[in-house]
Design a protein. Structure first.
Length: 128
């Protein structure tokens, strides 16, 4: 097993662990970590990639986005709120770095615009 594959496996498991935590903790975003896990498992192991894509965690959080269909409004709002809160901390801590605040503000604006207009909104699924 080469070093590159080991690093992808480590990244996949780290993303999976943080994504699983993010699925239950309100301030930790699950989506980017699960996306990292999907990417890393896809690069490292076909078997792990198939397993990860069959999990409920993947299906509930990533499947529709990866398939190019979009996200539910609830998922989009949750991601935007968490990122806004986390970026606000950085914004407040950069009180003496005006350029840093400007960059964070621009990144935040593009983040919100992307999720509002760049990602298709899916209807909420009915509970069975």
């Amino acid at each position: 097993m080469n070093l590159k594959k080991i690093l992808y496996l480590a990244g996949g498991f780290a993303g999976l662990g943080l994504g699983a935590l993010g699925a239950v903790l309100p301030l930790l975003p699950a989506f980017p970590f699960l996306l990292l896990a999907a990417f890393c498992f896809g690069k490292s192991s076909e078997k792990l990639d198939r397993w990860f894509r069959s999990t409920r965690l993947y299906k509930n959080n990533l499947e529709s986005y990866v398939a190019g269909q979009g996200m539910t409004m609830k998922t989009k709002v949750r991601i935007m709120v968490v990122v806004t809160l986390l970026m606000s901390v950085g914004f407040l801590m950069m009180h003496a770095v005006v350029l840093g605040r400007v960059v964070l503000g621009v990144v935040w604006i593009f983040h919100v615009l992307y999720f509002l207009f760049g990602v298709r909104t899916l209807p909420e699924k009915e509970k069975e």
